[in-house]
Ligand binder design. Structure first.
Ligand SMILES: *[C@@H]1O[C@H](CO)[C@@H](O)[C@H](O)[C@H]1NC(C)=O
Ligand SMILES: *[C@@H]1O[C@H](CO)[C@@H](O)[C@H](O)[C@H]1NC(C)=O
Ligand SMILES: *[C@@H]1O[C@H](CO)[C@@H](O)[C@H](O)[C@H]1NC(C)=O
Ligand SMILES: *[C@@H]1O[C@H](CO)[C@@H](O)[C@H](O)[C@H]1NC(C)=O
Ligand SMILES: *[C@@H]1O[C@H](CO)[C@@H](O)[C@H](O)[C@H]1NC(C)=O
Ligand SMILES: *[C@@H]1O[C@H](CO)[C@@H](O)[C@H](O)[C@H]1NC(C)=O
Length: 499
């Protein structure tokens, strides 16, 4: 239940994200797109807010700068503007004084519509940040704040803290490529705990030591981007605290994570909310990779396979590209196995039981595949037919035939399963024999009794019964033979014929 809605959210978030970053000034869908039509949709993109300027199709920077200046004026006048986007290359930005930054901050604080604030690419240093956020201390509407590739550090980002504590609707914060360092990250993270943040990006921020306080974890955080920092095993230990929460995607490419770090993450992954983890370009050996494969398919037993995690749908460690992400042959093989397995999770999104079953069929019931996997993971390579309930064998065999073909069915039959079948048959056969002999025995006993009855009749009629007790009563001959059962017992109790 939870994982289905959260994965939907992730896809929504990713979709929103794509839509959002595609053009630097989109998002005014609410205004006009309702009256528009599919055919014109593709060409819109950045046309909406610059309608007044005309239908010019060139992405001249001056034009964007004009849009920014107009939007800024609208913010000041509390007109309906959803987006405010600026870059460091704008002359207007370069001319801004500290007072201008503070005023802009105040105007945004007092504005009732702005949904997205984006000031990027060398527009902001520590000092400008301080002034901007001296004015900008709250917002009841902002959902997206994008400040990537500026030149501020911990001091600049610390200036944001009051703002971050006062933005109830903030969903995304992008601080990529500012050297905010561990100090800045830890403070921002803490400040966000009461917010609605679900997407936090701090890649390339010079972070090497993370501190996460369990009581200050943003409860809606879905995606955390921390690529290109210096996070090591200690950082993984802290990040593991997030995996038991709401996190869906953790981006840790290009850090200093080794096998110890992977082990920490893998142990928490088994029981996490995570769907995607990117660990490319770290210091992870094939042994670390195996730990991750085990998370999604522990082939040590069928039971373990069924208990593996069936929700992770992306685990990247060895990248195929030439950017240094490639590994040795064995690592690539394990990554390939991981890819195949998470593909099963993907195919069975929201149906973990179906994923588990598919994994058993593809990895446990295919002797070749299982032998390969077993060799990789260092477990016993024999197919585990003995774990299968005999009652399910016909179904299992038919599945093997359908998915792996006659060859595998033959292997299955010839190897362990044949032995198992003969055991089953032997038991059934003995049971049948027992039932047969029981019936036979009853018939024999009945016949003996009948013969004895007849003899007794004869003896009774002849009057030669040895009366050891006084219970004997005499019956007429035909009555006795017709009710043999009644007769046999009193006869046994009272008559001894030891001759
Ligand atoms: C799109 O426009 C055409 C013609 O202008 C119209 O017939 C059609 O109903 C419109 N579709 C939608 C979804 O508005
Ligand atoms: C920036 O300031 C300079 C000097 O005051 C001025 O010439 C220039 O027009 C200004 N640029 C913008 C975009 O305001
Ligand atoms: C930001 O502040 C620095 C001083 O720390 C100043 O040199 C720079 O021009 C300011 N940048 C902008 C875009 O205002
Ligand atoms: C799994 O997570 C729950 C809380 O989300 C926790 O109570 C439980 O101990 C965890 N189990 C393992 C095996 O880590
Ligand atoms: C796998 O992860 C999901 C969340 O994505 C979690 O609910 C589930 O308990 C995990 N499965 C196992 C077997 O740990
Ligand atoms: C595994 O999948 C990822 C994408 O999901 C891809 O980039 C990578 O090249 C694949 N690796 C192998 C070994 O197939």
């Amino acid at each position: 239940m939870l994982s289905s809605s959260s994965s939907d959210l992730l896809f929504l978030a990713l979709a929103a994200r794509l839509g959002h970053s595609d053009s630097s000034s989109s998002s005014s869908d609410d205004d006009e797109s309702g009256s528009r039509n599919e055919s014109t949709d593709s060409s819109s993109g950045d046309g909406d807010s610059s309608v007044s300027i005309g239908s010019v199709e060139n992405d001249d920077e001056d034009e964007y700068e004009q849009v920014f200046i107009e939007s800024m004026q609208n913010v000041k006048d509390n007109e309906d503007v959803r987006d405010l986007c600026a870059e460091g290359s704008y002359g207007y930005i370069q001319n801004m004084t500290n007072e201008d930054w503070e005023q802009l901050g105040r105007d945004i604080s007092n504005h009732d519509h702005l949904g997205s604030l984006s000031i990027t690419r060398h527009a902001l240093e520590d000092e400008n940040m301080s002034f901007l956020f001296r004015g900008l201390t709250k917002s009841n509407t902002i959902k997206y704040v994008t400040l990537y590739e500026n030149d501020f550090g911990a001091e600049g980002v610390l200036a944001m803290v009051p703002f971050l504590q006062n933005v109830d609707y903030l969903e995304e914060l992008n601080l990529n490529d500012n050297t905010i360092t561990s100090e800045g990250f830890n403070s921002v993270f803490r400040a966000l705990h009461g917010s609605a943040i679900n997407y936090l990006r701090c890649s390339g921020c010079g972070i090497d030591s993370i501190k996460i306080d369990n009581d200050y974890i943003p409860r809606n955080l879905r995606i955390l981007g921390l690529c290109h920092n210096s996070i090591n095993a200690d950082g993984c230990r802290e990040l593991a605290k997030l995996l038991q929460r709401s996190l869906l995607s953790l981006e840790l490419s290009k850090n200093s994570i080794d096998d110890e770090g992977v082990e920490i993450l893998a142990n928490s992954l088994c029981n996490s909310s995570l769907l995607q983890i990117d660990l490319t370009q770290n210091q992870i050996s094939v042994e670390g990779l195996k730990l991750l494969l085990k998370v999604v398919n522990d082939i040590s037993s069928i039971e373990a396979t069924l208990r593996s995690n069936h929700t992770l749908n992306l685990i990247n460690v060895v990248a195929n590209d030439d950017a240094g992400g490639g590994g040795d042959k064995e690592s690539e093989e394990v990554q390939q196995q991981i890819n195949d397995t998470v593909m099963i999770n993907r195919r069975n999104r929201n149906y973990p039981e179906a994923a588990g079953k598919e994994k058993v069929i593809h990895s446990q019931l295919n002797s070749i595949k299982r032998r390969n996997l077993a060799a990789l993971l260092g477990v016993d390579g024999e197919v585990l037919y003995s774990e299968i309930n005999c009652l399910h064998l016909p179904e299992v065999l038919s599945i093997i035939g359908e998915t792996h073909g006659q060859g595998e069915i033959y292997v299955a039959l010839r190897s362990s399963i044949a032995a198992l079948f003969s055991t089953v048959d032997r038991k059934q056969c003995l049971q049948q024999q027992r039932a047969y002999h029981r019936a036979k025995l009853e018939a024999i006993e009945a016949e003996i009794a009948a013969i004895e009855g007849a003899q007794e009749n004869a003896e009774v009629s002849r009057g030669v019964c040895n009366l050891a007790s006084g219970h004997y009563t005499s019956f007429p001959t035909n009555e006795l033979t017709s009710s043999r059962a009644v007769f046999v017992q009193p006869l046994g109790a009272c008559c001894y014929r030891n001759k």
